[in-house]
Design a protein around this ligand. Structure first.
Ligand SMILES: [Zn+2]
Length: 192
């Protein structure tokens, strides 16, 4: 009787382990599909970025991910309408607590699904909502790193993951976390 119980418990533990493993595969922390430039896209800063004073925040957001050697998100001074780069904007939103969002475009020129091939991505952070939340520079930089993370296919992760891909108004880590760097390595493992 004692042995049977032990075996049952052992089988149960195995099932829970298997469930956790499959669960972590099913809910990968990055999206599928490629994008133009892979983890090396170029980004154009719309004039609203300088007007509202967010150039440094977007620079810090790029720098966060560029600390991983696979990533090189460069700033381009040229907007080519024929072959658009990613574009970063600052706007205002009527939706409370919406700090920022991205809009990826697919090969047909339409709003892309997360797992589709992306040609370029538009990133917007919302000045009015960031001001309403206190506008601390470390939080603004976190927000920029979060949205820019989406542009290289990083998806949301739950609290308490040590990642800028947790949703919310948080302070940016001093440098890229090992979790975020590891997710980049996994997502872009076949990228040269
Ligand atoms: Zn997000």
């Amino acid at each position: 009787m004692k042995k049977r119980k032990a075996k049952y418990l052992s089988t149960l533990s195995f099932s829970i382990l298997a469930l956790v493993m499959f669960g972590s595969i099913a809910s990968a922390d990055y999206w599928g599909g490629n994008r133009k430039g892979g983890p090396n896209p170029s980004a154009f800063y719309h004039s609203s970025v300088n007007q509202y004073g967010y150039t440094g925040a977007y620079d810090a957001g790029r720098g966060y991910w560029n600390a991983n050697s696979k990533v090189n998100i460069t700033r381009t001074p040229i907007y080519n309408a024929i072959d658009p780069p990613d574009t970063y904007y600052i706007g205002n939103s009527a939706t409370p607590n919406l700090w920022g969002q991205i809009a990826p475009t697919n090969s047909s020129g339409n709003l892309a699904l997360p797992d589709e091939y992306w040609v370029y991505v538009e990133v917007t952070m919302y000045d009015n909502n960031m001001r309403a939340a206190g506008h601390q520079p470390a939080n603004v930089r976190y927000n920029a790193a979060h949205e820019i993370g989406h542009t290289i296919k990083m998806a949301h992760v739950p609290i308490p993951t040590n990642s800028v891909m947790v949703q919310g108004w948080w302070a940016i880590p001093a440098s890229i976390t090992s979790y975020d760097s590891g997710q980049v390595d996994l997502k872009w493992r076949t990228f040269p």
